[in-house]
Design a protein around this ligand. Structure first.
Ligand code: DX5
Ligand code: ZN
Length: 247
């Protein structure tokens, strides 16, 4: 598997002190910052948008290379993934991870107004657009979505339509602090068997108690919200999660 990447989710941070939370995470040796963007449509909750990302960007040094330390991993739980790519690029997002389910049911934001109501986007089109805007692209699947929908996308002949990361949700998106769904791990395993070098992210319910199963299945990018922010010693949790993936 590719290197272990621990990406704490600031969804569980104190929202009144997000900048400090981000700079603390870097001191605690986190690799990426996972930013959960929710629009109240795709999920029944609202968090933050591009202006907040702009503000917290100055608290974390920009990554010196693709996927490097300080990567802003934006998990876009939003109904219209095409619509916000440019704003998030300008805000300092590095990796824009949209939901497959949103892509197949949203309109094509780049079409002329009169066709917008009829033509749907495709996940490959969203990925190509994210790359055109200069960002890395991630594609996320909810627990109800089978992993098989991803093969065709990962096999795309056009390299710009292939994702840099796949996110397998291990809870129903929308809230932090939910119970880990081990039922999702066969998806991770199937992806890892086919793609030894792919960044595979797991998100939801990851902790010292669940990390071994996720790591065994082949996940290398680990999101953790409540496990990190609820800990007395967040640095220790981050290092334990990393060790579990590396061993
Ligand atoms: C859920 C979010 C997760 C969440 C994880 O919709 O995508 O990133 O913050 O939180 P924990 O680690 O507490 O399950
Ligand atoms: Zn997330």
């Amino acid at each position: 598997s590719p290197p272990a990447i621990i990406a704490p989710s600031i969804l569980s941070a104190d929202f009144a002190a997000l900048g400090a939370a981000c700079s603390d995470l870097m001191k605690y040796n986190a690799h990426w910052i996972h930013i959960d963007v929710m629009d109240g449509h795709f999920v029944p909750n609202i968090t933050f948008g591009a202006p907040v990302v702009t503000k917290i960007r100055s608290y974390v040094e920009r990554p010196s290379q693709k996927g490097g330390k300080g990567t802003f991993d934006c998990h876009m739980m939003i109904a219209e993934p095409m619509k916000w790519v440019k704003d998030f690029k300008d805000a300092g997002c590095d990796l824009y991870c949209f939901h497959y389910e949103a892509a197949i049911s949203s309109v094509a934001a780049r079409e002329p107004a009169d066709t917008k109501t009829t033509r749907k986007t495709s996940p490959k089109e969203v990925i190509r657009y994210i790359h055109e805007c200069g960002l890395q692209a991630g594609i996320a699947i909810k627990p109800e979505t089978p992993v098989d929908v991803l093969w065709e996308i990962l096999e795309s002949e056009d390299e710009s339509e292939r994702p840099d990361m796949v996110l397998v949700m291990t809870v129903h998106p929308g809230f932090g602090g939910q119970k880990f769904m081990a039922s999702e791990l066969p998806k991770v395993k199937a992806l890892r068997e086919k793609y030894p070098d792919l960044n595979i992210e797991v998100d939801g319910g990851l902790s010292e108690g669940t990390i071994d199963q996720a790591a065994d299945a082949g996940a290398n990018v680990i999101v953790a919200g409540s496990a990190v922010f609820g800990a007395k010693d967040p640095a220790e949790v981050i290092s334990k999660l990393r060790e579990a993936v590396e061993k």
